[in-house]
Design a binder for this molecule. Sequence first.
Ligand code: ZN
Ligand code: ZN
Length: 270
Amino acid sequence: MKGFAPYGETRAQKTAILLTRIAKTLFVDDCNCILCGAELDEKKRSGLCGKCLAQLPLNDGEICRKCGRVLANEADYCNTCQNRDRHFTVARSVCVYEGESVRLVRGLKFGNKRYFAGYMANLMTDKYLDEKFDCDCVIAVPLSEKRKRKRGYNQADLIAREISRSLKLDYLDKVVVKIRDNEEQAKLGTLSREENVRGAYKVADRQAVEGRRVLLVDDVLTTGATASEIAGILFKAKAKSVSVLTFASTKYKVASETKDGEEDHEDEMV
Ligand SMILES: [Zn+2]
Ligand SMILES: [Zn+2]
């Protein structure tokens, strides 16, 4: 613009610059890998270049049939699902929570990269179809108001809305609400995690879930205590089934459930 408008840009030029900036923020991520920034030839459903997509640790090996976490042996169920009441019907995740999947989850959650949600939701929608889930409505694991205020958004809600849109399922907003601010789950073992979430949520609109097959959505499942608690109250409200879909789940490890070996992902389905 220099030389062209020596006394500063005209109003029309200013508008043009502003529009270009807006267009860039809106569309630039369609043309670049959301993790490494490499240019993409075309828009990708995952938002990832071939290299980053290949590095995404997909959760398609031996898993617990109930909670969907990776198992260290060839058992059908993890110890937690064998020994504890698990109220959800089934839980599955796209990725194992490690490497590139952690970068995506943390980017969405702590890096304010809200646009990650759409790409993560695309992969979760594919998983939903692969797993032949059959639900009629979507609910996101809620955050407490306090935590939501602090972050400005609930990452699970962003993902869940996108999934409901692409699968054309009802989105049930604020039907499950968090009524108690529990302690950070990451610091607790499985048993205390179960106790910690007990009574922390309630179904605010029982009619909305009665007789329905619910898809419960979150970013990460760790022990599954939160998923189980919410599924329990949904069944009490006469939901027909509760299938859980998360972007990632941690590997089943006795150690990770008994001591604080987790990163700071306090809002996940721990
Ligand atoms: Zn990349
Ligand atoms: Zn399990």
